[in-house]
Design a protein around this ligand. Structure first.
Ligand code: HEC
Length: 145
């Protein structure tokens, strides 16, 4: 019994140790997955609007992106600037500017979700443009290449 308990404790310590080591890597993986999801919704909306197909899905994509935008500030923790990451050091060196760029996307995503729900093309056009601008606005300063 004692041996068993020691064995289990050993395993727990081992996996905790690995967790601590893997953290930055995992955070980078998660961040990139979240960004890809944001990119997926954006590309879907672009295809829908350009070709006027699947218009009934627009609200879902707009809401999905807005939900992801809300969690985006949480996916850049300290220590996640790993080798695989394209996030520039500026993310952590200029947190105020970074957070402003984030807020612009969150606000633009919210507007896009409202415009899509209203089914008003005169609102949707400018809203998707502003949303696209908010991506570029951050990528120009905070993402490599
Ligand atoms: C506040 C900053 C910021 C905003 C706003 C932002 N991004 Fe990003 N994005 C980044 C950073 C930094 C990376 C690089 C992340 C990494 O590699 O660790 C990135 C990566 C990406 C990637 C590549 C993911 C991969 O690894 O393949 C896509 C796609 C992407 N963003 C799409 C978007 C879209 C679409 C928007 C707007 C709706 C957007 N982003 C808004 C900062 C931002």
């Amino acid at each position: 019994m004692k041996q068993f308990v020691n064995g289990v404790l050993g395993l727990v310590c081992l996996s905790l140790g690995q967790m601590a080591l893997a953290d930055g890597k995992v955070e980078t993986q998660y961040r990139q997955a979240v960004m890809k999801s944001i990119g997926g919704h954006m590309a879907s909306m672009g295809t829908i609007l350009k070709n006027q197909v699947h218009m009934e899905d627009l609200v879902m994509h707009a809401k999905g992106l807005a939900g992801l935008a809300d969690i985006a500030p949480e996916v850049f923790p300290e220590g996640s600037d790993t080798e695989k990451s394209k996030a520039l050091p500026a993310v952590w060196e200029n947190p105020e500017e970074f957070s402003e760029a984030m807020d612009r996307m969150i606000a633009a995503a919210e507007k896009m979700a409202t415009a899509a729900a209203n089914e008003d093309m005169s609102e949707i056009g400018p809203a998707i443009q502003a949303l696209g601008g908010s991506c570029k606005g951050c990528h120009d300063d905070f993402k490599a290449e």
